[in-house]
Design a protein around this ligand. Sequence first.
Ligand SMILES: [Mg+2]
Length: 407
Amino acid sequence: MNTLIQENYPDVKIKSVKSILLSRLHDTDKAWGTHVIRAVKADVYMVVVETDQGQIGYGEVCSYGGPPIIKSWIDWFSRIMVGRSLSEAWRVARPRGVNWAHDGAVAGLDCAFWDILGQITGKTVAVLLGADPKVTEVDAYASGGVNYDWSINPDQLIDEVVGYKNLGYTTSKIRMGTQWAFDGVTPERFIKHMKKLRDAVGPDFRLAVDGNARLSLEEALKVAKGLNDLGFIWFEDAIVITNIDGFKELQKVAPDLTISGGEVMQSLDQYRPYFEQGALQMLHPDAGWMGITEMKAVMEMAATYGISCDPHGWHNGAMAIMHAHIMAGAPLYGQVEVNFAQGPLRDAILADGLPTAKGKLAVPQVPGFGIKLADNLEEKYPYLDFNYHAEIMHPIAEVKPAARNWM
Ligand SMILES: [Mg+2]
């Protein structure tokens, strides 16, 4: 793609590279929490790249690298990139898979460059990535299930997922509730609760569980077997990502359940052992964490192994739109994750809100991504400089540190 720009658009130069950092405190009764974490705010990190010919490209960053640290990388890249051609700037932005802040910054830049390329060529990013121009929407799933507390009201989960079904979504992904050790929850009790969920939504509703790498292999094998028997579609990050043999064991006990994972990886080389050893049957790369260029490489390599990708997207509306373009042009079918725990900021950053309804997400039919930000965002949602979550301590349960694998 760099060659395309160099040959045809050699004069497009980077005029500015900026960041928009936003936060919104969660309403106390709607703050999400799972395992041992309680989110206290929602963050937005947008990279904004302007060219000397008037294009403005956006990239929403997965902010887990820490917004102030990501910004330090963006400011550094800005000093290098401003005044250079788009192709020169693009060449230096590659994820390394070792530093979330650096890779998040690079991802935001790469996405913004694709947005600009779309505007220069008059094509949607989806079409640039190989989508049929007639595709105007992709399948989306409701991602949530991060509000139930085993000691208070576990049935909140049931009501929540029935709510997604009533909104017209056909797939929902949930998590495993507060730390099991707080309440003596076992795989057997969890599966009993999943049976209740299955009965509430009916046999045809597509359900998935994200384990957030919380389980031991012994626990995960029991849960995988139970989910398999209840007709769940996929089981994501059941165990720590390094346990490649463990993922293969999960596949054996749950032949009809897709064993997935890999959201924490940011570069193609990190996925290689999982391809070669057949450890994961579906991957969750995130364009806001690795960029579109790298994600495209991951998806194409995955497709040669028959492995599909459903993007990880636990942030805001701009990220969901980026993923809609990517999935429209993806080599294999996948659904876009739409975050239902982020609160109003998810839609409020977009002038027209997030175009999702009834299990679909629109692919805006304008050159680039078609992301239009709302006005005065920084005045309305000034960035709050502290971590987005707190860890819940418990006086009696012995709690292991939270896995760094969200969400
Ligand atoms: Mg996940």
